[in-house]
Structure formats: C-alpha cells, structure tokens
Design a protein around this ligand. Structure first.
Ligand code: NAG
Ligand code: NAG
Length: 146
C-alpha cells in the first residue's frame, strides 16, 4: 500500500515537471529565417524549416534581406496553397513584405493561426522561388492554455 502510494506521488511530481516544461516550451519564440544567412538566394529554406521545427502559434519569424540594389532584391509573399507553393505560382499570392522591408531589424511575421503558411520570394517572376530555393512552409502548433 505504502509502496504504491509512493509511486503515485512520484508520478504526480513527474506530471508537474512535465507540465512546467510544457509551459516553458509555450513561450513565443523569435526566429530569424535562415539564421545568419538571412533571406537570400540559394539557401535551402526547406531544410532550414525542417531543422527549426516545430513552430508554435505566436512565434515570430524575422525576414532579413538587404534593401534593393541594382543587382538584387527580395520580398516575402504568402502563397495560397500547396500547389502554388510547389509550382512557385504567384498569381493568387499576397505580398507580406516588400523589397524595402527586410533591411535593418528585418520584417517580422507572427504565425497567428493553426494553418500552413507558404512563404516565398516572388522576385524575378518567381525565379528566386523556383531556382533560388527561397521558399518554405511552416505549420505552427497550437499552444496549450493553462
Ligand atoms: C533542400 O533540403 C531538403 C530537405 O533537407 C532536401 O530534400 C532538398 O533536396 C534540398 N534541396 C536542394 C536543392 O539541395
Ligand atoms: C545602378 O543603376 C543606376 C541607374 O541605372 C546607375 O546609375 C548606377 O551606377 C548603378 N550602380 C551599380 C553599382 O551598378
């Protein structure tokens, strides 16, 4: 009897520890897209997104890219679905950050909803997306409420 009660107590403590860990994990994070590479042509953002998953609702993604120059410019678009993402089809995409919004501290995007977000650079008729790997998607997980 005493033994199983002790076990139950241990179990309860473990439960508390797990719960507090979940609370810690639910703090919103600020994540720089591409890390020190920022948002640039030729970096594998799909790979980056896999390595930086999971994302959570209210996490903040920061897109950092230089202001447009003669040779280069970037922006951030949201594509409407997986098909347009795979094909880098921007016909129904919407701009979330223009070419000038990535400099300095970068452009911040909060993952607010439990849905897939398909990000891509639309520059050069989608060439940055199709050839430059400037695309990735993120599906933020819902947070627990305590
Ligand atoms: C980018 O990374 C993904 C995931 O690791 C991989 O499947 C893909 O082949 C990579 N793309 C290129 C062009 O290297
Ligand atoms: C950028 O383009 C402008 C206007 O065409 C030109 O005057 C300038 O020299 C160019 N700068 C560079 C670095 O190529």
């Amino acid at each position: 009897m005493a033994f199983s009660q002790g076990n139950a107590q241990k179990g309860f403590i473990l439960l508390l520890l797990t719960a507090s860990l979940l609370v810690l994990m639910s703090e919103a994070k600020t994540i720089v897209v591409g890390g020190s590479n920022g948002w640039n042509f030729g970096f594998n953002y799909t790979d980056w997104a896999i390595k930086n998953s999971p994302f959570y609702i209210n996490d903040k993604l920061v897109f950092k890219y230089a202001a447009p120059s003669n040779t280069s410019a970037h922006n951030v678009y949201l594509l409407p679905n997986l098909w347009s993402f795979i094909n880098c089809d921007f016909r129904k995409a919407r701009v979330v950050a223009n070419a000038n919004q990535g400099s300095g501290k970068g452009f911040e995007f909060v993952l607010k909803q439990w849905r897939p977000y398909y990000f891509a650079c639309a520059v050069n008729n989608g060439v940055h997306c199709s050839q430059g790997q400037m695309k990735f998607f993120a599906i933020p997980w819902p947070r627990r409420h305590y």
